[in-house]
Write a protein that binds this ligand. Structure first.
Ligand SMILES: [Zn+2]
Length: 270
């Protein structure tokens, strides 16, 4: 591979950012994605052989020492990723117990890594403990999920149960449920640590009055997780003000478990 822009992971990253923008999840410069790369995915590519500059991360994640990530840049618009990937994206390798990020490619206008880099890296470390195949962390602002956090209790069990009840396939897509955090200051190590703690047991973490974090083994899976939760939230908002005549019962959710060989989070079904 001579040009990093020809790499399959790059095409997939660009397509995902573009699609997230088109879904209305990432207005202006919002949203961020990080994709962990295998060394062999960039091996032999002259574009990534040198360290262009080094950025202190402001936190420690020894588990990720030496890991390489393709990430979105701070202040960058998802809408523009497809037209100028080398400006809006960057490839970094962590070192010094995760305290330094060596930029190998991208952010060619001198830009910096996503302001949510702490939450991303801490979430990667947490997910890898649970699932060694996890590769992606994604943050966005889907309107229905965000709206739901204004009118629904933020209790995790209740929030999860509502999403499961709004669409038959919700339970199949996220049987472990969703984590929910109250409003917290974004961009900080504190919200990063709180998100990572939730990520030990779930791939979806709702940030109350802000948005959602998703994690997964690839970009499609992670995008699909957020897409499925967002659809359930949309159905909730379309029906929340109307009399509920029908609902998906716990007995029916148990039948889904049996039919599809999945297990709902312990204690979430009656
Ligand atoms: Zn955000």
């Amino acid at each position: 591979m001579k040009n990093i822009l020809d790499a399959p992971f790059m095409a997939e990253m660009i397509r995902t950012a573009t699609e997230m923008y088109r879904h209305g999840w990432d207005e202006r410069n919002s949203g961020n994605i990080s994709l962990m790369l295998d060394e062999k995915e960039i091996a032999g590519c002259p574009d990534t052989e040198n360290v262009l500059r080094t950025v202190p991360t402001g936190f420690t994640v020894p588990e990720l020492d030496g890991k390489v990530f393709l990430v979105t840049g701070t202040g960058k618009y998802f809408k523009n990723v497809q037209y100028a990937p080398e400006v809006n994206l960057g490839i970094v390798r962590l070192r010094d117990r995760g305290r330094q990020a060596d930029l190998l490619w991208g952010l060619s206008d001198g830009g910096l890594l996503t302001s949510e880099f702490p939450a991303h890296m801490m979430s990667h470390a947490a997910r890898l403990e649970t699932d060694p195949l996890n590769r992606v962390v994604m943050h966005s602002h889907p309107a229905n999920l965000l709206a739901m956090t204004f009118v629904h209790t933020l209790d995790e069990r209740a929030f999860t149960r509502t999403l499961w009840q709004m669409h038959t396939e919700s339970l199949l897509v996220f049987p472990e449920g969703v984590g929910v955090l109250p409003w917290m200051l974004c961009g900080t190590n504190e919200i990063g640590e709180a998100t990572a703690e939730k990520m030990k047991t779930t791939r979806l973490v709702v940030w109350g009055l802000h948005g959602i974090y998703g994690a997964g083994r690839n970009l499609d899976e992670t995008f699909g997780l957020i897409e499925a939760a967002e659809k359930a939230a949309e159905i909730y908002l379309k029906t929340a003000h109307l009399p509920r005549i029908n609902t998906i019962t716990d007995e029916q959710l148990h039948r889904l478990e049996q039919r599809f060989g999945i297990k709902a989070r312990e204690g979430y079904l009656d």
